[in-house]
Structures are given as C-alpha cells and as structure tokens.
Design a protein around this ligand. Structure first.
Ligand SMILES: Cc1cc2nc3c(=O)[nH]c(=O)nc-3n(C[C@H](O)[C@H](O)[C@H](O)COP(=O)(O)O)c2cc1C
Length: 178
C-alpha cells in the first residue's frame, strides 16, 4: 500500500553538517506553514517561532548553548521554537505543543530534500544564564515565553541512509495488549 508519509519519515535523518547554499524564502515559508498546521492542546496555538537567517545571529544563538550549540553554525536557517508559558492554558502542554510543531518542521524539511536537526534548548545553559534567557535576550522575545529548541535547516552536507523497516522498533508496537 502506498504510504507517502512513511517514505518521507524514513528518509528524514538528523543532518548536522550543512553545505553552502541559500534556501529560497518561499521554501522556508512553505515549511513554516506546515508547522503552523500542527495540532496543539485545546487548539490554543501557543507555539511561536523566530526564523533566523542572519549568519552572525545564528552564531550568537549557538553560543547560548555552551555544550553543543555551535553545531548550528553553517545552517542556512535556524527556527527558534518557543511557547507562551505564561499563559496558564498553554503552560500545561507546552513541551508537547512545541515538540509536535518541531517534528512537523523536520518532516517538511525532508520534503524539500533539505537537512535539519533538532537542537535542544530546554534546561540547557549558556555562559551567563540559561540558554533560554540568553536566546530571548538576543531575539527580543518578551517575558512569558520559553524556548524549547532550535531546528537548524540547510542544504545537506552529509548523506545518511534512509531507515529500512528492519531498523525501526516495530517490536515496540503492540496491538490490543502489551
Ligand atoms: C527531544 C530531542 C532532542 C534532541 N536534541 C538534540 C541536540 O541537542 N543535538 C543534536 O545534535 N541532536 C538532537 N536530537 C536529534 C537526535 O539525536 C536524533 O533524532 C537521533 O539521534 C536519531 O537520529 P535521526 O534523527 O537521524 O533518526 C534531538 C532529538 C529529539 C527528539
């Protein structure tokens, strides 16, 4: 049976090395449309994004995560995913809401043959403060929002094999009873 989404999902791998090349603005807009279509708890739509394409700002953002943040250097675009946690309705499910939107971005990126990687930010440290605080200061994000992660996007600078069915934890899927 044809399963286009599985074909996309099995090809999607974390790409951490990026080739030079500017992604069209239109492609980035299409990818962000997919993120905006992600489900959110109670339909509150509390996830916000700052799409950063300025190389210098990308480097500064990477420096906000002391251990491992520099991996975003070389990406064409970094999507900073955040949620309005000050909003009581959004606070309960903020991680889930941000994570689902990020997963949508990762799949959408693969659809355009581009590479991406989730770079974790929640509970990570910068040089002077938490990664979240340092990132929000750079981007001018008002109080009341919390950054969950980055999704770094670029032309693939490394090739990874798509998953085959045998690579996937199909044994973790139980029907009717564990
Ligand atoms: C919640 C979460 C946090 C992650 N954090 C990072 C990270 O900080 N840096 C990184 O390089 N990859 C990160 N990843 C990517 C995983 O390492 C990657 O998905 C995993 O190794 C499987 O590889 P694949 O994406 O190629 O299937 C994260 C993924 C998830 C879902």
């Amino acid at each position: 049976m044809e399963n286009n989404l599985f074909e996309l999902a099995r090809k999607r791998r974390s790409v951490r090395k990026y080739a030079p090349g500017r992604i069209d603005d239109e492609v980035i807009n299409e990818i962000m449309k997919v993120a905006a279509a992600a489900p959110t708890s109670f339909g509150h739509k509390p996830v916000e994004y700052v799409v950063v394409r300025d190389k210098e700002v990308i480097e500064r953002l990477g420096a906000c995560k002391v251990r491992g943040g520099s991996q975003i250097n070389g990406a064409d675009t970094v999507v900073v995913v955040m949620v309005k946690t000050a909003d009581e309705k959004a606070a309960e499910f903020w991680i889930e809401d941000g994570a689902i939107a990020s997963a949508y971005i990762l799949l959408a990126v693969e659809q355009y043959g581009l590479g991406a990687c989730w770079v974790h930010i929640r509970n990570r440290m910068g040089r002077e403060a938490t990664s979240d605080e340092e990132i929000r200061a750079i981007l001018g994000v008002p109080d009341g929002y919390t950054v969950l992660n980055f999704v770094a996007i670029g032309e693939k600078g490394e090739e990874k094999s798509p998953y085959e069915l045998k690579d996937l934890p199909m044994q973790n899927i139980h029907f009717e009873k564990f």
